[in-house]
Write a protein that binds this ligand. Structure first.
Ligand SMILES: [Zn+2]
Ligand SMILES: [Zn+2]
Length: 135
């Protein structure tokens, strides 16, 4: 397949990946804070299929005892989520150049789903173990 490509709002962080992503909605409180949005759409790929190709690299910070998140430190775009000990990484689907080509297949973190977030209501759904602990 063609490589998937994407990057941040300002263009400093750019990536390429050779794998087809597994895409889902995440309604968890962590993704909500990290994106500043009602929910995240995450595109998971094997970590070893991802290459950073822009002039900048995302800045990574620990977001919980089990996860790290990265963002562009020039424009603030959230870029990725990684759980410790896993060999895959989730790109925020909004950073994909062709986000339209990869529709979400399921929901996650549904215990925190906002009642008015009515995207993909007919999809299978499961909970998450990661929750925001407050400011
Ligand atoms: Zn940027
Ligand atoms: Zn989440």
């Amino acid at each position: 397949m063609e490589p998937i490509t994407g990057g941040c709002l300002c263009g400093r962080v750019r990536y390429e990946a050779s794998a087809r992503p597994r895409v889902h909605y995440c309604h968890c409180t962590m993704c909500r804070r990290a994106t500043g949005s009602a929910f995240a759409v995450l595109a998971w790929i094997p970590e070893n299929s991802l290459r950073w190709v822009g002039e900048g690299r995302p800045r990574e910070r620990r977001s919980s005892p089990i996860a790290r998140r990265s963002f562009c430190d020039r424009c603030g775009t959230p870029i990725s989520l990684s759980y410790d000990g896993r060999d895959e990484v989730a790109l925020h689907a909004g950073t994909l150049d062709r986000a339209d080509a990869f529709a979400p297949g399921y929901h996650y973190g549904v215990e925190s789903r906002l009642p008015w977030a009515d995207c993909g209501v007919v999809l299978p759904a499961g909970p998450t173990e990661e929750r925001w602990g407050g400011a």
